[in-house]
Design a protein around this ligand. Structure first.
Ligand code: HEC
Length: 149
């Protein structure tokens, strides 16, 4: 009798163990699937800023772009400059359209105005961020606007 009950208990605990192993397998494979799914979705490129490019090139409004790309936060709403960044007025005297378009994508690598930029960098605590997130057309539209006005 006792032996039977003992065998019963052993049998039950074995099948219970199997159930736990099964649950464990299901959990682990589910977890793996999630892990794989996540890593598959992870973009290989660095995260973009919250600013997304305008959908319609050719209809670019540089005044809107200036606000959307948050240039105003540092350079001021009217481009008059602030304690954080220089004014962006009458830039036509310093910049070519191509030079300024390139500068917006890679401010630290600009050959045009290198000496002036060094002085500006020393004067302001913040640095001009790269706007590679903008398309070439968007950067060019901004450059034309900043040079013209
Ligand atoms: C985080 C603050 C910040 C933001 C945002 C910012 N800038 Fe700047 N910008 C600077 C600083 C600071 C400088 C001065 C150079 C330096 O220190 O890197 C500068 C320099 C410049 C210059 C060179 C000025 C000159 O006299 O030659 C241009 C042009 C310019 N920014 C355009 C823009 C445009 C266009 C945007 C938006 C797309 C923008 N900036 C957004 C901080 C900022």
């Amino acid at each position: 009798m006792t032996g039977d009950r003992h065998r019963d208990t052993v049998a039950r605990s074995v099948s219970l163990n199997q159930v736990w192993i099964l649950i464990g397998c299901v959990l682990i494979s589910g977890w793996l699937a999630v892990l794989l799914g996540c890593s598959a979705e992870t973009p290989s490129s660095p995260p973009r800023s919250s600013f997304t490019s305008a959908a319609e090139p050719g209809l670019l409004d540089p005044v809107k772009l200036y606000r959307q790309a948050r240039c105003d936060r540092c350079h001021g709403a009217d481009r008059q400059g602030s304690a954080m960044a220089p004014p962006l007025l009458q830039l036509g005297q310093f910049w070519s359209e191509d030079g300024l378009t390139a500068y917006l994508a890679d401010p630290t690598g600009s050959e045009e105005n290198a000496a002036r930029l060094e002085t500006l960098t020393a004067r302001y605590r913040l640095v001009m961020p790269s706007f590679k997130v903008l398309s070439e057309e968007e950067r060019r539209a901004l450059a034309q606007y900043l040079i013209a006005e």
